[in-house]
Ligand binder design. Structure first.
Ligand code: PGA
Ligand code: ZN
Length: 425
């Protein structure tokens, strides 16, 4: 039984305020959760509640959100059974009473929803992934999708137009080794960049942010780094791309500043087809913009049998948008970000919908993170097979990977490593 809740304003990895919630149960169990925040947010995401008071944190304070946790929400949850996650989440959604969580904020609600899930796990003496899994039996260790070269808004537009260049060590025998493959490649890339006279400062997600001259050049650099680290590109380590193309889109075209040209959706599809032919690409996320449904259908028709095509801004973890995508065959996988929707229950429903239709589900961090590791446990419990949570560097990124090491150890070899099979094509 929940006895009390306490919200507080803390900082995320970009130094902006975010919401943290503590929960106490009658049995003595206690838990805590904190929510992340995006930079290249989709326009269809649920509402993130900020104070807007320009005299504090440039308007980004969350004192009102914290106050809502400590008053209205605490009253609603008092005396409730933390194990009744769905009922509690339904109650939070009803209390908000807006279609986009505009009154309470998806950030506020999610911090509470996650704290409840952790509280229930603590009360039952289970680790979070086991508590979330019960009793579905689909748990697996994910392939880490490590964003080792950052561009776009995550690198202040100083380098590539495309936001994320990820390495995907699906050929490793287990998670622990996959993490080593990734880390060694990351360090090989750093040495390679330095040798070529590039800066080795990092972007928001811990990847390097060099001032490259094209959007293709990072792929060449990464393939060279994989080889330099002693791995086989394609066989052991594949590549994934998140151009975050909603950020490049305007007036019907995609502007590639680095290359001094703008492409139509059809030309973007051809561009990706060329990349897929030249590099060991396995995933493209947000290859086209958040409302370019025609473009997405063309992309899926053209490349859906070769690549996992993941909708992030397109679907925003929203079951209605995912359902439309499935009906229209507009992609073949969904990015899963709990704070795009606002509750643990809705997040799990989005994964269930994707999996029931043979689609991929890729759980993801945000570019503004905390050291909260909820998504690591979530992706294991739901057997999504892949988790993207940044470079193998910077505390808030590494902590998720470290949590996966702990889970793998706790499971004593009983959790399968998803490997290449995890990717829908
Ligand atoms: P964001 O970026 O957290 O800044 O939205 C992550 C992504 O686009 O996948
Ligand atoms: Zn994305």
């Amino acid at each position: 039984t929940i006895t009390s809740l306490h919200g507080r304003e803390i900082l995320d990895s970009r130094g902006n305020p975010t919401v943290e919630v503590e929960i106490w149960l009658a049995c003595g169990a206690r838990a805590r959760a904190a929510v992340p925040s995006g930079a290249s947010t989709g326009v269809h995401e649920a509402h993130e509640l900020r104070d807007g008071d320009q005299s504090r944190y440039r308007g980004k304070g969350v004192l009102h959100a914290v106050d809502l946790v400590n008053t209205e929400i605490a009253t609603l949850l008092q005396g409730k059974d933390a194990a009744e996650q769905e009922e509690i989440d339904r109650g939070l959604i009803a209390l908000d009473a807006t279609p986009t969580r505009a009154r309470l904020g998806a950030n506020t609600i999610l911090a509470v929803s996650m704290a409840v899930a952790r509280g229930a796990a603590a009360a039952s003496g289970l680790s979070l992934w086991r508590s979330l899994e019960n009793p579905k039996g689909r748990a697996a260790m994910p392939v880490p999708m490590m964003n080792i070269l950052n561009g776009g808004v995550h690198a202040a537009w100083q380098g590539a137009d495309f936001q994320e260049y990820m390495i995907v060590p699906y050929g490793a025998p287990d998670f622990r080794e996959a993490l080593r493959y990734g880390s060694e490649t990351y360090h090989a890339l750093k040495a390679l960049l330095a040798a070529k006279g590039y800066h080795t400062g990092v972007g928001d997600e811990g990847g390097f942010a060099p001032a490259v001259r094209s959007n293709q050049e990072p792929l060449d650099l990464i393939v060279e780094a994989i080889e330099a680290a002693g791995f086989r590109p394609g066989a052991e380590i594949g590549l994934a791309l998140d151009p975050a193309s909603s950020e490049l889109y305007g007036d019907g075209e995609y502007r590639l500043k680095t290359e001094g040209r703008a492409l139509s959706a059809g030309e973007m599809v051809d561009y990706y087809a060329d990349l897929a032919a030249a590099y060991p690409l396995i995933v493209i996320e947000d290859g086209l913009a958040e409302d370019d449904w025609d473009g997405w259908r063309l992309l899926t028709e053209t490349l859906g049998d070769r690549l996992e095509l993941v909708g992030d801004d397109l679907f925003v973890t929203n079951v209605e948008r995912i359902s439309r995508g499935i009906r229209e065959q507009a992609a073949n996988a969904v990015l899963i970000k709990p704070n795009q929707v606002g509750t643990v229950t809705e997040t799990i429903a989005a994964v269930d919908l994707a999996q029931a239709n043979g689609w991929g589900a890729m759980v993801s961090h945000r570019s503004g993170e905390t050291v909260d590791t909820f998504i690591a446990d979530l992706c294991v419990a739901l057997g999504t097979g892949h988790l993207k949570t940044g470079a193998p560097a910077r505390g808030e990124r590494v902590e998720k990977y470290n949590q996966l090491l702990r889970i793998e150890e706790e499971a004593h070899g009983c959790l399968p490593f998803a490997g290449r099979e995890a990717f829908v094509r």
